[in-house]
Design a protein around this ligand. Structure first.
Ligand code: NDP
Ligand code: AKG
Length: 448
């Protein structure tokens, strides 16, 4: 049998050869492959069954065109995707992203990450992701509705409550889920469990809106506590000002942290007195405005164009909650200089590989995305459970379950770190813990 190093190198070569331009997908997969080496050495049966070759290849990739008409009567055509990556432990589950940067590489990286993330939740959900290169910014509600209806007209052929259950991601919140759900129902009749992140009036779960941000802080609390430390009194930088950032901000403040930044793709606000949650919610959730407007309303805040990770201030905790590859090596080195002790990722793959290497070299304790931001999809799975039993659980019930799930995720990653003697590498720990369940299921199910 081939040795593990050769097996992994051959696999990387195949991936590079097959999809040479999918840099985000390669980045996500190669990181996981490298961290799985100790497991493969211990379990040669995974190599023998060539499980990893199946793991890195989506079960199905669906690409389609999405024609829609703007308010002036002009016709547009965008590209839609759904990657049904792995159903070994449950129906495909993962969000839909609407952003001009969306392409197959991005949807595949997100779908791949979702496999191990969903496994870590302990709930029976497989991995998938989708989206479109449509830009929702500046569009009217009617334009958003027409786009969502067109997108779902095609997507509905491929999804189902026990087959594939999409949800939100960047650019897809309650408004978009409502339009997508309405179109699905119009074409197929009532199927409550077809999407998650639904409105509370039509089958949504309490605490789904808050889940990713709250879950991030529950995970962070577990990680910090294990280092004998506390979130109380810490200075925190958050990037982004969307769904994940807003509820991470809220929960971090409730835990006594001083969050001094939020951002969007144009720039960031710095408020040493602490960001005012109500103002951010008003600008972003109600007015759909730009974060620059925050500094016009709060006199202690300053607005700067560019990346929040270039702001040179002393702080303790970095919570990237915007997008992939928002932190590079130079910015990670600035974190070290600024005294950062913990990084926990609300966004998917926000730190590039070189940045992660800096965290590890400088002993920054690093909570990777697939563990730290799993709260959103976990509560989505709880929404599916509630839909199946036609019941609605209380906010407190869902929130308590979320907290338990996030603490368990940290514990599983920490246990794998110990078992494989990884030296506080919670990224490798999360990859290993997520992988083992999926690999066992794939092995049990034969060559599928
Ligand atoms: N929503 C969820 O439940 C989950 C989300 N995630 C991940 O969290 C991250 C944020 O998602 P979410 O909050 O839902 O999305 P939103 O659309 O609600 O917010 C995204 C935020 O990130 C900013 N942003 C987006 N792209 C860029 C960019 N290229 N550069 C700088 N800032 C950018 C946006 O600014 P602007 O308005 O200017 O574009 C906005 O402030 C994503 O990585 C997503 O995959 C992970 C798990 C679950
Ligand atoms: O709730 C879901 O199904 C999607 C969550 C998601 O897209 C993510 O975890 O990145």
């Amino acid at each position: 049998m081939v040795d593990v190093e050769t097996y992994i190198n051959d696999l990387k070569e195949t991936i590079t050869h097959r999809d040479p331009n999918q840099s985000e997908f390669q980045e996500a997969v190669f990181t996981v492959l490298d961290s799985l080496k100790p497991v493969l050495k211990k379990h040669p049966e995974y190599v023998k069954a060539n499980i990893l070759a199946s793991l890195v290849e989506p079960e199905r990739v669906i690409q389609f065109r999405v024609p829609w008409q703007d308010d002036e009567g002009n016709f547009h055509v965008n590209r839609g995707f759904r990657v049904q990556f792995n159903s070994a432990i449950g129906p495909y589950k993962g969000g839909l992203r609407l952003h001009p940067s969306v392409n197959l590489s991005i949807v595949k990286f997100l779908g791949f990450e979702q496999i191990l993330k969903n496994s870590l939740t302990g709930l029976p959900i497989g991995g998938g992701k989708g989206g479109s290169d449509f830009d929702p910014k500046g569009k009217s509600d009617s334009e958003i509705m027409r786009f969502c209806q067109s997108f779902m007209t095609e997507l509905q052929k491929f999804i189902g409550p026990d087959l594939d259950v999409p949800a939100g991601d960047i650019g897809v919140g309650g408004r978009e889920i409502g339009f997508l759900y309405g179109q699905y129902k119009r074409l197929n009749g009532f199927q409550g469990g077809i999407l998650t992140g639904k409105g509370l009036e039509y089958g949504g779960s309490l605490a789904r809106t808050e889940a990713t941000g709250f879950g991030l802080i529950y995970y962070l609390n577990a990680l910090i506590k294990d280092q004998g430390d506390t979130l109380k009194g810490k200075t925190v930088k958050i990037s982004g000002a969307g769904n994940v950032a807003i509820y991470a901000l809220k929960k971090a403040q409730e835990n006594g942290a001083n969050v001094v930044t939020v951002s969007d793709s144009n720039g960031y606000v710095y408020d040493p007195n602490g960001i005012d949650l109500a103002t951010v919610k008003q600008i972003k959730e109600v007015e759909r405005g730009r974060i620059k407007e925050y500094a016009d309303r709060v006199s202690t805040a300053k607005y700067f164009e560019g990346s929040v990770w270039d702001l040179d201030i002393d702080y303790d905790i970095a919570l990237p909650c915007a997008t992939q590859n928002e932190i590079d090596e130079t910015q990670a080195k600035l974190m070290v200089k600024d005294g950062v002790k913990y990084v926990a990722e609300g966004a998917n793959m926000p730190s590039n590989s070189a940045a992660i290497a800096v965290y590890k070299d400088s002993k920054i304790v690093y909570g990777p995305a697939k563990a730290a931001n799993a709260g959103g999809v976990a509560v989505s799975a709880l929404e599916m459970s509630q839909n199946s039993e036609r019941l609605s659980w209380t906010f407190e019930d869902v929130d308590n379950r979320l907290k338990d799930i996030m603490e368990n995720i940290y514990q599983k990653s920490a246990d794998a770190d110990k078992e494989y003697d990884l030296g506080k590498d919670f990224q490798a720990g999360a990859n290993i813990a997520g992988f083992e369940k999926v690999a066992k299921a794939m092995l049990a199910q034969g060559l599928v």
